[in-house]
Design a protein around this ligand. Sequence first.
Ligand SMILES: [Zn+2]
Ligand SMILES: [Zn+2]
Length: 77
Amino acid sequence: MPKCPKCVKEVYFAERVSYHGKDWHKSCLKCGKCNKTLTAGSFSEHSGQPYCTTPCYGALFGPKGYGHGGTESHAYS
Ligand SMILES: [Zn+2]
Ligand SMILES: [Zn+2]
């Protein structure tokens, strides 16, 4: 049984999401910005952390996200 990299508990097939070569619980795969639960295909990844493709990833790392300065300090909270 694969273990979820987030909570380190076993992941059953019904609640499994493959991401980054690992199997995650659906409820453990959350956006690093808004903390919303993500579904396969609806998120983008940055530095190993998944984000909603819209609006979070675009806001943080898209063309509009640059130029605000201090990108690191706002990515996690
Ligand atoms: Zn988990
Ligand atoms: Zn988000």
